[in-house]
Design a protein around this ligand. Structure first.
Ligand code: PBG
Length: 321
């Protein structure tokens, strides 16, 4: 048997290719900064900015034209407090940006919102703290419930539950259903690991976190626990489950893809983006080939869609080719 026969020409390789990079499988994360008049570059993520509401509109049009699947919006508020009150304020930046996104591109793109408190709390944790300074799971669920209702009201079509509190998917699904919002879907960040690869994101959202998230995000050493979290979120009513980060967790992703009855997505996070950009800027790797290979690898491992900061660039390049 000679396997090389099927690799002989570009036409052969295209015909027998198993995994396809398609614009519709890419989702672009977007940062929107309260009070910003112009887009602000993020130093550790070359090519990514904190948007103003005006530059957000322009980016949404570009994303819709490129044919990507959707956008995931993150808010960067001007003021933070212990409860993260900006997250539930209808005039808070995330809810305002969501209304803008739905009005501009809600038919062409699935508009998604990050549902977590870390951008809005002065201590930078994903939840509220108890008297001893620990993240209080059940008190946080009350905040998440209110945040979900505010995001649904702003028009979000898919809530990205990224806080890693126990029971968050069930509580939010019940609250939405009770409010008559059975139309709003839930993307559960089921297997979200306590990762060093979120480093640049902390600059992107101007996080005030000191310390780490190891009491609520998963230990990078644990594979079985990732599968457990996926099954819990599916049982609690998740419409889609997420594995995050992507490249260092392809085994967890493959497990989820094999067992999940709902779509499985992966988040190629800020550090994964910055590593490739930095190496490419030094001329150490071929930038476009490395980007495409990283995305194909994530799809090949079993992701149905990928959140990636290169979504629009890659979609435009695929469409041009
Ligand atoms: C939490 C959240 C984080 C990211 C997405 N949602 C940060 C964290 O958990 O510390 C990271 C995304 C990235 O690094 O690109 N709201």
């Amino acid at each position: 048997m000679r396997a090389r026969r099927l690799r002989a020409t570009p036409a052969w390789r295209r015909l027998v290719r198993e995994t396809h990079l398609e614009p519709s499988r890419l989702v672009l994360p977007l940062f929107v900064r309260e009070g910003a008049e112009h887009p602000t570059p993020i130093a550790s993520m070359p090519g990514v900015v904190q948007h103003s509401l005006d530059s957000l509109k322009a980016e949404l049009h570009r994303a819709a034209t490129a044919g990507i699947g959707g956008v995931m919006i993150f808010g960067v508020p001007e003021h933070k407090d212990a409860e993260g009150s900006g997250a539930t304020d209808p005039d808070g930046i995330l809810n305002v940006a969501t209304r803008v996104a739905v009005a501009e591109a809600g038919n062409a793109l699935v508009v998604q919102t990050d549902l977590c408190l870390d951008e809005f709390t002065d201590h930078g944790h994903c939840g509220v703290l108890d008297a001893r300074g620990r993240v209080d799971n059940d008190a946080t669920l009350v905040r998440y419930r209110d945040m979900a209702l505010a995001q649904a009201e702003a028009g979000s079509q898919l809530l990205g539950l990224s806080g890693m509190m126990d029971g968050q998917t069930a509580v939010i699904r019940a609250a939405l259903d009770q409010a008559g919002r059975t139309d709003v879907a839930l993307l559960a960040y089921a297997a979200k690991y306590a990762s060093a690869f979120y480093g640049p994101f902390r600059e992107a959202v101007q996080s005030s976190l000191e310390g780490d998230r190891r009491t609520y995000q998963l230990d990078p050493a644990n594979r079985r626990e990732g599968a457990l979290e996926v099954s819990l979120d599916v049982a609690e009513g998740a419409d889609i489950v997420m594995v995050k980060p992507a490249m260092s967790y392809l085994d967890v992703l493959a497990d989820a893809a094999a067992s999940s009855p709902v779509p499985v997505w992966a988040y190629q996070v800020s550090g994964e983006y910055s590593m490739i950009e930095a190496a490419a800027a030094h001329g150490w790797i071929d930038r476009e080939r490395a980007i495409d290979e990283s995305l194909v690898g994530i799809l090949r491992a079993g992701a149905d869609a990928v959140l990636t900061y290169w979504a629009v660039e890659v979609a435009e390049r695929i469409t041009r080719a």
